[in-house]
Design a binder for this molecule. Structure first.
Ligand code: CP
Length: 335
């Protein structure tokens, strides 16, 4: 494959290959010298039309750890604010020799347009497009779940904080609950597709106004009652309430939302002992998750960010056809 646009495009073998490669990359990150020479001379462009902290920084860290040159482009402060189109921006990047373009865009479908337009020759990686998909987020989430939940020989959960890597395994039979603003969430859509591909059983929980039309065609269950689902979950993933994408008609009051769909200490206590709490970030503390839960040892939000670097290294490595996995310590540059 040349591009990564959608988690729905990944077969089980594709997904497991990326997850296993990310485990190799995580081992590199544990070494004193964290760099590999594999993408030396290649150029990765981070093309961000929408704000980001985690995704942009981790793609930059991932590309640099693979020794690629990195160009960071933010629409704010660029000629996009003078009206320059995606096409002309892409042609400019192509003129600079981009081997991969990592794009975040407010319009669903923008990465697909870039990949199929012929404007650029390099690989396109979707870093989040509108309400459509965020495939590397789903991959880092699956990586995190696999480390905590995969690998029990009897099919039962094996919870060990930061424990085994689950290499080669999928998430067959794991029960994953995704809670909150599903309507606006590219994270939820990508997770539903990828987790289904990896064998997990996914349940979405949301207020009726925040469930997308057509969800009955998604490979998951839908519930409106968080309390009935929490005790049966191996992982509970809380979604950010995306107030910037909604008006008052979507939303109960913040207090009512937190009461019915938020995760607090009492609800977390009703999760199975091995179960983890996840959040893609950024978090609205006090809305979808209380500070007590966000800061608890069961919450993997910070671990997810660290795992994001390994996943993005794996994706860039596999798409750009990196050569042998050798530490950069062996190269002349780092001697
Ligand atoms: N999870 C996520 O995509 O975070 P950012 O918006 O900070 O990149």
């Amino acid at each position: 494959k040349r591009h990564l646009i959608s988690a729905a495009d990944l077969s089980r073998d594709d997904a497991v290959l990326i997850l296993d490669t990310a485990e190799e990359m995580a081992r590199v990150a544990d070494r004193p010298i964290k760099k590999l020479p594999t993408l030396r001379g290649r150029t990765v462009v981070n093309l961000f039309f929408e704000d980001s902290t985690r995704t942009r920084i981790s793609f930059e860290a991932a590309a640099k750890r693979l020794s690629a040159d990195v160009i960071n482009f933010s629409a704010k402060g660029s000629s996009v604010s003078k009206g320059e189109s995606l096409k002309d921006t892409a042609l400019t990047l192509e003129a600079m020799g981009a081997d991969a373009v990592v794009i975040r865009h407010h319009a669903s479908g923008a990465p697909h347009r870039l990949a199929t337009s012929g404007w650029i020759n390099g690989s396109v990686v979707n870093a989040g497009d509108g309400t459509h998909e965020h495939p590397t987020q789903a991959l880092l989430d699956a990586f995190t779940m696999r480390r905590h939940l995969a690998g029990a020989p009897d099919g039962g959960p094996t919870h060990h904080q930061g424990g085994g890597d689950g290499t080669g395994r999928d998430l067959t039979g794991r029960r994953i609950t995704i809670v909150g603003d599903v309507l606006h969430s590219r994270v939820a859509r990508s997770n539903v597709h990828l987790l289904h591909t990896l064998g997990a059983e996914v349940t979405l929980v949301a207020p009726p106004t925040l469930v997308p039309i057509g969800v009955e065609r998604w490979p998951c269950e839908v519930s409106y009652d968080l309390d009935s689902v929490v005790p049966k979950s191996d992982a509970v993933m809380m979604l950010r309430v995306q107030r910037e994408r909604m008006n008052a008609a979507f939303f109960p009051t913040e207090r009512e939302y937190a009461r019915r769909y938020g995760l607090d200490g009492d609800r977390m206590a009703r999760m199975p002992e091995h179960a983890i709490v996840m959040h893609p970030g950024p978090m609205n503390r006090g809305m979808e998750i209380t500070a007590e839960v966000a800061d608890s040892r069961r919450c993997t939000a910070v671990e997810q960010v660290a795992n994001g670097v390994s996943i993005r290294m794996a994706v860039l490595y596999l798409l750009l056809g990196g050569a042998v996995l050798e530490p950069a310590a062996e190269s002349a540059e780092t001697k």
